[in-house]
Structure formats: C-alpha cells, structure tokens
Design a protein around this ligand. Structure first.
Ligand SMILES: [Zn+2]
Length: 120
C-alpha cells in the first residue's frame, strides 16, 4: 500500500458557538491541511497520482474556504467551524474531487502544536 500526502492551507476567520473561551469571538487562524491518499495501484510509470495535479486540485478546492469567515458558509451554519469539523468537511468533499482515488485521512493543524485527524 502507498500513502501520498499533499499539503495546503487556509487563512480564514471563525468563531465558535457555545464555547466559553477566547474562540467564542471572531478571530483568525492559518490552518495547515494535510490530505493523505492511499492506494495499492501504480500507473504505467510507477505513480499513484501526479503530485502536481493533486496539489492543484487541493488548492482549487480550498479556495472557497480561504480568506472567508467560515461561519458564513452553509456547511458551517449547522456544524460549528471547529478544527474537527473543518477536517471532516475537507475529507468528505475533497473525496468527491479526487475520486476514484481514496483519502486515508485529513489532518488539520490549527497551530504548530495542535491538530486533528479525521478518517472514516
Ligand atoms: Zn479559533
């Protein structure tokens, strides 16, 4: 089995409903995003997929959630824009972009010392 990881980031704002702490008020993060794919199949030249294409797809996918207030997006009206829910959103929606390739996990870093991994 092979695992490929591509990285991206978003610099966006959010606030957390129902949270008693500093994150209840509007503020920003640069979330660093690592998407790991898994496959046991290589193409005729020995690649699972072309990193250049994967990185372009991730960049385009992240564009609508970059430099925005995440709370304004439909998905995050019902799902608090926690790092957990951001990871789940990326996992479930980027999976559609890169199908038939399979995502193993999405790891989202909200700071250099705190991250969430989401997988199904
Ligand atoms: Zn925050």
């Amino acid at each position: 089995m092979y695992e490929l990881t591509i990285k991206g980031d978003i610099a966006s704002a959010h606030y957390l409903k129902g949270y008693q702490g500093r994150c209840k008020d509007l503020h920003g993060h640069t979330w660093a995003i690592e998407v790991t794919l898994k496959s046991n199949h290589l193409d005729s030249i020995g690649m699972v997929a072309d990193f250049a294409i994967l990185k372009k797809q991730l960049k385009e996918f992240l564009m609508p959630i970059d430099h925005v207030c995440l709370n304004d997006l439909p998905y995050f009206k019902d799902n608090n824009p926690t790092t957990e829910n951001i990871a789940k959103y990326i996992y479930q929606n980027f999976a559609k972009v890169i199908a038939p390739l399979t995502i193993k996990q999405v790891q989202v870093w909200e700071s250099e010392s705190a991250s969430v991994v989401y997988y199904e």
